[in-house]
Design a protein around this ligand. Structure first.
Ligand code: FES
Length: 150
């Protein structure tokens, strides 16, 4: 059964966590334990760091399980739509093929799924390359246990 997407806010920025996408890289809580503490409930404390520091950390999430929206960007009406990042697509994008692992997109991107749904991913996004992810197109860490060599 899929886990719910959770949101945490400090009034300025909202951190979005998708547990089913998380590959438990530990990067968030080893680098910013004041905000991301897996022992505490809730595990995200938005008062533990500045908005800028939280965004910096969220952008390092390799799976895209953590993302953020500036609260002013919440798509709450036709007058306040999601930002269109497709106009930025002309910039050079850094894509990394991880040994025996996913394709890592190191910047914000716009994903168009096979059913036509679109999604804006902030920071890093990992796409499954082994075919074993239960959360395609995203890597869920299954490559570690399925012996993927690539
Ligand atoms: S590459 Fe990670 S689950 Fe497939």
């Amino acid at each position: 059964m899929p886990k719910s997407t959770l949101k945490y806010t400090n009034g300025e920025v909202t951190v979005i966590w998708k547990p089913d996408t998380c590959i438990h890289s530990r990067i968030c809580w080893t680098e910013l334990r004041e905000v991301f503490d897996p022992v505490k409930r809730p595990w995200v404390n938005m008062e533990g760091g500045s908005t800028e520091r939280i965004i910096e950390q969220v952008r390092k999430c390799p799976s895209g399980a953590l993302s953020y929206l500036m609260n002013a960007q919440e798509p709450d009406s036709a007058n306040n739509p999601q930002p269109d990042i497709t106009s930025e697509a002309a910039e050079i994008v850094n894509i990394e093929i991880r040994p025996n692992g996913p394709i890592l997109i190191n910047t914000d991107c716009h994903i168009t799924h096979s059913n036509g749904e679109t999604e804006i991913k902030k920071g890093k996004t990992s796409l499954c390359r082994c075919g074993g992810s239960a959360n395609k197109p995203y890597c869920d860490g299954s490559h570690r246990s399925n012996g993927f060599q690539g």
